[in-house]
Write a protein that binds this ligand. Structure first.
Ligand code: HAM
Length: 444
């Protein structure tokens, strides 16, 4: 029999401590930012009934990308490919009890059957932040502001990315009143525009001709005009002065007031999911090395109502950890991350073993994360282990140290050494967590 493969399932990743450290760094910053806006954490099951996604997520996500199976009881279930339908279900179930507006967030993993490529995996992690119970541009602007704050908190500058804003109601009016499409053609064109940058121009044209049918001759130049529209006042007269257009204007105005200078109207931004009803937005990396969408979201006022309760106005964002990581890498914003273990304790010889054990206990009592080497290997081997694990400090314990109560403490990151008693040692290592109680970050 051949050996079992050590590879993880296609499109998924194993997270060894080093990768998990990086992921946690991203999660911690997200958490700090969304909690700073008053969002509260929730959780949902990994499995959901398949129909939850077929109802409104759209054909691509529900039909082609969702992992589905029949459970032993004959139910069609799906591994969650996104959070939005689950959180809508939860809110609908407690429609009366929940105090509105509800600001909710989660950090969870999802699976989609996609072709793995840069920034696209089959298992990925997302921050979801959604605001339930407020209609109108102020809520949309808050979600965009929060997303903006999340990326800035990593040290980004506003010229490193762009926020593109559009509105689904506006898109619908453009499809029907300007392009002359009907209820079948309009969503087809919306989906085609969503894929515009992913397909060759000839294919885009061919498919557009197909959607327009006999009206292709008049439709194509209008479509070209639309794609080349870069500001709200260039929009065709059919949509000028409509509520949808004012909505976009107000969102952009509010963002400006909040100090966001890199947001702009983009009539070609669609967002792939069917449930959006108003504002849609996407954050894009401006680096030529990573010119792609980072994350996005929008308003979806119709989902909660699908569960048989009175609808609730909702807007939210889904932020991927992998696209965030790629962004941070490309812009040199990833800090050097070290282990959360503060100190590695080494007994100089076997007579000091019990003393080293006692030191570890005292340090832990004082809130220090202390790992004790109990292998009795050569000291240089032990130091090497600490260094490989990226533990910032090593404390040496020998007869002399036990007698005096003064230990040699070595900072492996900065190559410095000092003598300290237990109290001082506690202060030294805690001060060097650099980032409060979060994952230790070293600015070197
Ligand atoms: P989405 O655009 O499908 O929206 O995904 C949002 C983000 O999740 C993406 O921009 C990306 O950062 C990340 N993401 C999605 N798929 C993958 C993948 N295969 N590999 C890695 N990262 C991925 C939604 O999911 C909406 N439910 C977001 C939302 C929340 N809208 C309102 N509230």
């Amino acid at each position: 029999m051949s050996n079992l493969s050590t590879q993880s399932y296609k499109g998924t990743r194993d997270y060894y401590p080093e990768e998990k450290r990086l992921q946690n760094y991203i999660f911690n910053i997200w958490r700090q930012v969304v909690e700073g806006f008053g969002y509260e954490e929730y959780g949902t099951p990994l499995l959901e009934p398949l129909e939850l996604y077929t109802a409104k997520s759209g054909e691509e996500l529900a039909g082609e990308q969702t992992y589905t199976f029949e459970d032993r009881g004959g139910r069609q279930v799906a591994i969650r490919p996104e959070m939005t339908p689950s959180i809508s279900r939860m809110v609908a179930a407690k429609r009366q009890e929940l105090s509105m507006p509800a600001r909710l967030y989660s950090i969870a993993n999802f699976m989609r059957y996609e072709r793995p490529q840069r920034g696209r995996e089959r298992e990925f992690w997302q921050l979801n932040a959604d605001l339930f119970g407020i209609e109108g541009p102020a809520a949309d602007a808050e979600i965009i502001e929060l997303s903006h704050a999340a990326i800035m908190k990593f040290g980004a500058k506003q010229d490193m990315f762009k926020v593109r804003v559009n509105n689904r109601a506006l898109v619908e009016q453009l499809m029907t009143h300007f392009l002359g499409l009907d209820v079948i053609g309009s969503p087809m064109m919306t989906r085609l525009l969503d894929r515009k940058d992913k397909i060759p121009p000839e294919v885009f044209r061919e498919q557009a001709i197909e959607i327009f049918g006999p009206q292709a001759a008049e439709g194509l130049p209008k479509l070209a005009k639309l794609i080349n529209t870069h500001s709200l006042n260039e929009l065709p007269e059919q949509v000028q002065n409509t509520p949808a257009m004012y909505d976009v204007m107000q969102v952009l105005e509010l963002l400006k007031q909040k100090g966001i200078t890199n947001a702009e109207f983009d009539v070609t931004l669609m967002r792939g999911l069917d449930y959006y009803t108003g504002t849609v937005f996407e954050f894009f990396d401006t680096s030529p090395e990573n010119n792609r969408a980072l994350f996005g979201g929008g308003r979806y006022d119709g989902l909660v109502g699908l569960f048989g309760v009175e609808p609730i106005a909702t807007v939210g964002v889904g932020m991927g950890a992998t696209t965030m990581q790629n962004f941070l890498e490309v812009h040199g914003l990833l800090p050097q991350l070290v282990s959360r273990t503060d100190v590695y304790i080494i007994a100089i010889d076997h007579t000091a073993t019990a003393g080293a054990d006692a030191l570890a206990r005292s340090l832990r009592k004082a809130g220090v994360r202390a790992e004790l080497d109990i292998t009795e290997r050569k000291i240089d081997k032990q130091i090497k282990t600490a260094s490989k694990k990226q533990i910032p400090f090593v404390a040496f314990v020998g007869g002399e140290e036990l007698e005096s109560g003064i230990y040699t403490v070595k900072n492996l990151i900065e190559s410095t050494e000092q003598k300290a008693d237990i109290d001082r040692m506690v202060t030294i290592v805690k001060d060097h967590r650099y980032d409060g109680d979060e994952d230790a970050v070293f600015e070197v």
